[in-house]
Every structure is written in C-alpha cells, then in structure tokens.
Ligand binder design. Structure first.
Ligand SMILES: Nc1ncnc2c1ncn2[C@@H]1O[C@H](COP(=O)(O)OP(=O)(O)O)[C@@H](O)[C@H]1O
Ligand code: SF4
Ligand SMILES: [Mg+2]
Length: 347
C-alpha cells in the first residue's frame, strides 16, 4: 500500500546573516570606595551591516560604559566586565589579547566621541592627525597620507580642505571639529562605528547637519552604526532600531517607527512626551518625575518603579524580563521589560 505522501516540509528559512556585532548578557561593574556600581546589568543588542542602532537613555544609564566595553577602552580598574560576550564578526572580543584588540580597533571598530577637542591631539595639525592613520595602519608615505587626509576632509565637507589641513583642532568650529572626528573614525573604513553623543555639544542646526553626514557616510560604506544619545529627537530620522536603556539594562527595543507610534514601556513613553515639538509650541513640556537611580543603589524589582506612573505592587519586587512584544500587524522583533507592556502599548 502506498504510504500517503507527507506534506512537503517547508523549505528551511535562509539563515539570517550573522550580525556584525552581537553583545550578549553583558555585565560591567565598577568597584569604587562607595561600593559596587553595577553600570551594565545584562545588556543584549546586535547590529547588522548597514544598520543604525540608537541607544537611548538619560545620563548615567550605562550607555557609554557599554560602548567602552565593546571598544576595549573601559577604565579598568575600577571597571570590569564580569559576565557576557561581545561577538564582533563572530569573534568574542573579550577573549582577545590587548594586541589583538588594538588591531580590531584600528580597522574593524571605530568610535566618535562627544568632545572632539579633547579627543583630538591639540599640537598636531588635523591633516597630520588624519594622515597618521594611513601611515601607521596602511604603511603609506607621508605625502600620500596627506593627500588621503585632504580627500577625507573633503568627503566630510570641510570647505577649503587643502588649506585647512595645516590648521590645528582649536582653529575649527565645534561642528567642523566633529566632522574631523568623523573623518578620523572613517579613515580605515571600519565595519562598525560607535558614535557616543556625537552632536550633544553642538547647536541644533549643526546637530542636524552632522547627523545627516553620518547617516550618508554610513549608507555609502554599508557600515553598522551605534548612535548613543540622550535625545530621542535627534535619532528619529537616522535610526533603524532603538534600544532604550535604564539603570544599566535595556528596557525597550523596537524598530524606530513602531517605538514612536506606540511605546511599550512607560519610560519610553515619558521620553517621547518630553521631546519638544513644533506643533506643541507654547505648551509645557512633560518631564519624567524624579531622577535616574545611582547605579550603586538600583531599586529592587523594576528599577523604574519609583518614577513610573503605572507602577503597582508587583513592580516593587519582581524584575520584569525583557519580554517579546507581539501584536496584530507586527511580526518583527520587539521587546519590553515592563510587566504591563500590553497596557502601555494600548496607551
Ligand atoms: N570611571 C568610572 N568609575 C566609576 N564608576 C563609573 C565610571 N564610569 C562609569 N561609572 C558608573 O557607570 C554609570 C553609567 O555611566 P555611563 O555609561 O557613562 O552613563 P551614560 O548612560 O550617561 O553614558 C555611572 O553613573 C557610574 O555609576
Ligand atoms: S514594570 Fe511596573 S514600574 Fe516598571 S515600567 Fe512597567 S509598570 Fe512601570
Ligand atoms: Mg555617556
């Protein structure tokens, strides 16, 4: 007797490309005289080539410490990674030697800091600083390196690049200096750039220009970009995904449009409500009450409970897991660490 054909098994889904960067269950603490600051408490995030992940949160939430751990520039001691993995192009950076990490920093990973003036060398002309990258990492002659430096300055749209290459960092405006930082970070065409509050020190118009430039270059080079900011208003147009951090944890992670449309965490809701909007001119801005906790004394249960307008008893004792958020019409990856994300989502 012929056996009935079993229904065709579905073709295996093509394996998703391995992310460029995959941070898993990262924990970082600082042992200080006042006690142990748990700055990062189990952060998971990943970034693919061509993707922009914005990491958002008030000051002191562990955004920069996470970035420093990825770059291998954590101040240690007092800082220490106590748990987790940082997979970059499939290799766990935490298992590499200092020498190997330096190589990764040269060509694979680069960082842009908030304060260009202190990140750049004050006694070297910007042309020499940019050129140095090509001399050291690419073995170019000084003359060729200088030509490449001028090209890069052009590319980040510094007017009269050839003439200005001989000038020193303090002779540039804040916005132009930040462009030089971007040029430095891009020089070796890294696979991933981490920009830590790259526009915080700039005025609003210049902020937008620098952000546009970053987005444009990222697109051209198909890099991954992690954009750290405390300002949700800045990232709306450039981010693909947003991870919101609070007290060393990710409390919400979502595609940018979904997050704006309907936040699934009361903290995100508060951050969104405090963005100045042109159409709300004259109205008082909402501010989340209170301050973020000291990471020396994170509240029990949900760390946000002392400030949360939706908090209930369970919030004071049970840590909410970073649960999968699903709803009709959305099949992507989205998460919230709130016991009541469904209610929050409904608004
Ligand atoms: N060098 C350090 N020494 C001691 N504690 C630190 C140090 N750097 C960071 N921390 C701790 O980590 C917390 C998070 O810092 P950070 O990641 O810089 O916050 P942000 O989200 O503003 O970037 C700080 O509030 C502090 O408790
Ligand atoms: S778990 Fe409770 S306290 Fe925390 S965000 Fe949700 S409702 Fe607020
Ligand atoms: Mg910071």
């Amino acid at each position: 007797m012929a056996t009935p054909l079993s229904p065709a098994s579905p073709a295996p889904a093509p394996a998703a490309p391995a992310p460029l960067l995959d941070v898993r269950d990262l924990h970082v603490e600082f042992r200080t005289r006042d006690g142990v600051a748990r700055a990062v408490n189990g952060v998971d995030y990943s970034v693919a080539a061509g993707e922009t992940l914005a990491v958002l949160g008030e000051s002191g939430s562990g955004k920069s410490v996470t970035a420093q751990a990825i770059m291998g520039i954590l101040e240690a001691p007092p800082g220490r990674v106590t748990r987790g993995e940082i997979l970059f192009q499939g290799r766990d950076l935490l298992k590499l030697t200092e020498e190997e990490r330096r190589k990764v920093r040269g060509a694979g990973l680069a960082m842009i800091f908030q304060d260009a003036l202190s990140a750049l060398n004050p006694v070297l002309s910007v042309g020499d600083q940019l050129g140095e990258m090509f001399v050291v990492h690419r073995g170019m002659s000084r003359k060729d390196a200088r030509a490449r430096a001028v090209e890069l300055m052009d590319r980040v749209r510094i007017p009269a690049a050839r003439e200005r290459a001989g000038q020193y960092p303090h002779q540039f405006s804040g916005g132009m200096r930040q462009r030089i930082m971007i040029a430095m970070a891009m020089a070796l065409e890294p696979a991933l750039i981490i920009a830590d509050e790259p526009t915080t020190a700039l005025d609003v118009t210049v902020q937008a220009q620098v952000m546009d430039l970053l987005a444009e270059l990222k697109g051209e080079l198909d890099m991954g970009l992690i954009l750290i900011t405390h300002d949700l208003g800045v990232v709306a147009d450039v981010a693909d995904t947003i991870a919101v951090m609070y007290a060393g944890r990710i409390v919400e992670k979502a595609p940018v449009h979904e997050l704006y449309r309907a936040p699934a965490h009361p903290y995100t809701r508060g951050l969104l409500a405090s963005i100045p909007r042109l159409d709300h001119k004259g109205r008082d801005l909402y501010a989340i009450k209170g301050l973020p906790p000291s990471l020396l004394r994170v509240p029990p249960g949900c760390a946000f409970h002392p400030r949360c307008p939706m908090a209930r008893d369970v919030c004071r004792t049970e840590v909410p897991p970073l649960a999968r958020v699903t709803y009709e019409g959305f099949a992507g990856e989205r998460r919230s660490a709130c016991h009541f994300w469904k209610e929050c989502l409904r608004g």
